[in-house]
Design a protein around this ligand. Structure first.
Ligand SMILES: *[C@@H]1O[C@H](CO)[C@@H](O)[C@H](O)[C@H]1NC(C)=O
Ligand SMILES: *[C@@H]1O[C@H](CO)[C@@H](O)[C@H](O)[C@H]1NC(C)=O
Ligand SMILES: *[C@@H]1O[C@H](CO)[C@@H](O)[C@H](O)[C@H]1NC(C)=O
Ligand SMILES: *[C@@H]1O[C@H](CO)[C@@H](O)[C@H](O)[C@H]1NC(C)=O
Ligand SMILES: *[C@@H]1O[C@H](CO)[C@@H](O)[C@H](O)[C@H]1NC(C)=O
Ligand SMILES: *[C@@H]1O[C@H](CO)[C@@H](O)[C@H](O)[C@H]1NC(C)=O
Ligand SMILES: CC(=O)N[C@H]1CO[C@H](CO)[C@@H](O)[C@@H]1O
Length: 442
């Protein structure tokens, strides 16, 4: 049933000479990755709401204004992923040219679990994925992790989950710290000092300018025979990347319900904004939405302090989990995930203005990015776009000029590919949802 729809839409778009790439309608998803390179919010991987495994890389153009109810997604056809993965982490290199995709439940194109390569890199200028040769320590596969990069190009990956039985997805939590030095392409399992945290996954991670990584929330296992439990949101884990030392901070402020599958962004003025996630009620193990949905942690204070911005409740989106959030200019941009109350996947984008702490429906690019000015009074580096542009957008504006004949030709070709894909389509196993009941001990 979805075949005729897609086919119809495709032919419709092509015949109207609207570029098929611009007409792209991405599958909804959760547990995906998102990163911003060169005015583009790139989305890839994740567990989709359709039966197919999907490999697309696509983006939202942040160089133009848009309304959140009327979005144009653009596919980067040559950027198709070599692997299907969800619950993975993706980190951008310091020069904004390379994506490091690590971990998750990884399935190869023969639809078999495949952990032969734990890291895939995407070179943005050439739109190519590759598997880097990594030396150093042997690092195991992990799921439900969040990597961050320090200013020397080292990626830090804390703990996470390792499914040892891929049929049942049962496995173990970890609390080790594995680093990938992207300068030398070497892994290392760090020997850390200080107050080692419990085994943990599903947390959020943000690195502060002073080199401390702030880990919030998630699930943990407090002793060998304990069940999974949710992490107290006031118990902030700090990892000092300079001293390789763990510490714990007791945050103050309003009470934040524990959660996992939530998002976090760090603002330039030192606030970590968290959004959504899910939790469970201790009385009956029912999974439920979190309160408050949005909160900020002021990392300028010592200890850190939680609060709810007063304007943030008006026009707030429904409770969501499995989404991602990225900061761009004045906006926190929230993409995909699942609405908790309906359990429906969403492709709605939500926009939160971090300057006035309001949910808004319109995105505007940062002023000085779009205006070309000859005066020297403009703010310095923020005005320069990274030089590493490849430009499907430019290509696509050219392709608006292709003739009807060419368009029908392309339509025919892609329809053939599409139908072939449909025929060889196979169904997936259901997404393991083991972490949604921290009471269970898998
Ligand atoms: C959506 O955007 C397109 C192009 O950007 C525009 O032509 C159309 O009118 C918009 N629709 C709505 C409902 O605003
Ligand atoms: C990478 O992109 C960010 C904004 O997304 C920018 O602030 C930074 O200067 C860029 N770095 C380089 C080396 O281009
Ligand atoms: C993690 O899981 C994989 C199978 O997915 C297994 O081969 C590996 O040994 C596990 N590692 C650890 C440390 O448990
Ligand atoms: C995984 O779990 C299933 C179901 O409990 C069991 O039948 C199977 O033997 C397990 N596989 C391994 C490798 O332990
Ligand atoms: C773990 O959860 C199970 C099932 O809810 C319960 O029976 C058991 O007592 C729990 N174990 C601990 C150590 O809390
Ligand atoms: C944080 O609170 C715990 C009690 O919940 C206490 O044992 C610990 O010493 C406190 N840590 C700090 C750094 O204040
Ligand atoms: C958003 C932003 O940075 N706007 C600045 C653009 O540049 C002018 C001066 O050229 C500033 O006054 C704006 O604040």
């Amino acid at each position: 049933m979805y075949l005729p729809f897609k086919l119809f839409k495709f032919i419709f778009c092509t015949l109207l000479l609207i570029n098929s790439i611009l007409c792209y309608d991405p599958p909804k998803r959760k547990f995906h990755n998102s990163l911003i390179i060169d005015d583009r919010l790139l989305i890839f991987s994740g567990w989709t709401n359709i039966d197919d495994y999907t490999y697309e890389l696509f983006y939202l153009d942040l160089s133009k204004s848009f309304d959140n109810y009327n979005l144009t997604w653009t596919l980067i056809p040559e950027g198709n992923l070599p692997i299907y993965t969800y619950r993975s982490t993706a980190v951008l290199s310091l020069d904004n040219s390379t994506i490091y995709l690590y971990g998750g439940f990884m399935t190869n194109k023969n639809l078999a679990y495949d952990y032969s390569n734990l890291v895939y890199t995407y070179d943005y200028p050439t739109s190519t994925w590759s598997t880097p040769n990594l030396g150093g320590d042997i690092v195991p596969p992990r799921q439900n992790i969040k990597g961050v990069m320090d200013n020397s190009g080292t990626i830090y990956i804390f703990g996470g989950y390792n499914a040892t039985n891929l049929t049942t997805s049962s496995g173990h939590l970890y609390n080790d710290m594995n680093i990938l030095k992207t300068v030398s392409n070497t892994w290392k399992t760090l020997t850390t000092s200080g107050n080692l945290p419990f085994l943990c996954a599903e947390y959020t991670a943000n690195i502060l300018p002073n080199g401390n990584i702030v880990y919030i929330g998630g699930i943990e296992k407090v002793s060998a025979d304990a069940n999974f439990s949710s992490v107290d949101m006031n118990k902030i884990k700090l990892f000092d990347t300079n001293k390789l030392e763990w510490s714990q901070m007791n945050a103050t402020g309003i009470e934040i319900v524990p959660r996992w599958y939530f998002s976090s962004v760090l603002t330039p003025d030192g606030y970590i904004i968290i959004l959504g996630g899910r939790t469970y009620s201790a009385t009956n193990d029912d999974l439920k939405s979190v309160s408050p949905k949005l909160a900020t942690l002021d990392t300028n204070k010592n200890p850190f302090e939680w609060s709810i911005p007063s304007n943030s409740v008006v026009n707030a989106p429904p409770s969501i989990y499995g989404h991602t959030a990225n900061l761009y200019g004045d906006y926190m941009i929230v993409t995909f995930g699942v609405e908790l109350d309906t359990e429906l996947y969403t492709s709605q984008v939500y926009l939160y203005n971090i300057k006035n702490n309001k949910w808004v429906t319109t995105f505007s690019p940062p002023d000085n990015k779009t205006t070309t000015t000859t005066t020297s009074s403009t703010a310095p580096s923020t005005t320069t776009k990274p030089t590493i542009t490849t430009s499907p957008t430019k290509k696509s504006s050219k392709s608006l000029a292709i003739g009807l004949g060419a368009a029908i030709g392309v339509a025919f070709l892609i329809s053939c590919i599409f139908i072939t894909t449909f025929i060889v389509r196979r169904t997936r196993e259901p997404a393991p949802e083991i972490f949604e009941t921290p009471g269970s001990n898998q």
